[in-house]
Ligand binder design. Structure first.
Ligand code: SF4
Length: 209
């Protein structure tokens, strides 16, 4: 897809949803970080159900450590990989207290050093909590980027770099949410709903209807 076409596509997404928001429920950078860690291989709806109770009991690193791994596990037991995630939530909370005064760092390297936090989670936290123009490539963004021809690549990192190069800077802050929501609700994996797609004109997918 040409840069001009990417610009037009992003402009159309911007008009359709000027202020896109994450569908994860959170109160501050810490609760966002926990919610994103819990969201790996789980739906936002299931994470929100779990964090509704969890954050009522513990919404700070010290409260989470005091709550303990077993109780965290009880709150999140209906989402995938809950045992590992409970361990990571406690470990990252301990690390935040020990090394960052209990504050979520606005720094990629420091974020990625936290237990259970990879590049994707760091990108989401930097974007949503701190307003940095980062792009966290999940399964939806990976599919949309490749399918449309916006950024073709066989790895998540290649697609992230490709998108960062072609998306105009004025759209980068919200591009993450526009593309996720577009993939989740319109450009779906099995059957994209091309007839109601705002980017249909510029999409290069051969199978578009
Ligand atoms: S036209 Fe169809 S395949 Fe292309 S982005 Fe839109 S929904 Fe996806």
């Amino acid at each position: 897809m040409t840069r001009h076409a990417v610009r037009r596509f992003m402009a159309a997404l911007a008009v359709a949803n000027p202020e896109p928001r994450t569908e994860l429920h959170y109160r501050d950078p810490y609760t966002l970080l926990v919610a994103v860690v819990l969201s790996a291989q789980a739906t936002d709806v299931s994470v929100n159900r779990a964090t509704a109770g969890l954050f009522t009991c513990a919404a700070t690193p010290s409260a989470m450590v005091a709550l303990g791994e077993a109780a965290v596990a009880q709150h999140i037991r209906h989402i995938g990989l809950w045992r590992d995630k409970a361990r990571n939530v406690i470990a990252l909370s301990e690390r935040l207290l020990a090394e960052h005064q209990g504050i979520v760092p606005r720094d990629r390297t420091a974020l990625e050093a936290l237990p259970g936090v990879g590049r994707k989670t760091a990108n989401v936290v930097l974007n949503v909590a701190f307003g940095e123009p980062t792009l966290a490539v999940d399964t939806h963004i990976f599919r949309v980027a490749n399918r449309t021809g916006m950024a073709v690549g066989s790895s998540v990192l290649a697609v992230e770099r490709g998108l960062m190069q072609v998306i105009p800077s004025k759209y980068l802050l919200h591009a993450h949410h526009w593309l996720i929501l577009h993939g989740r609700y319109v450009c779906k994996a099995r059957k994209p709903e091309c007839e109601r797609c705002v980017g249909r004109r510029w999409c290069e997918y051969p199978g578009k209807e």
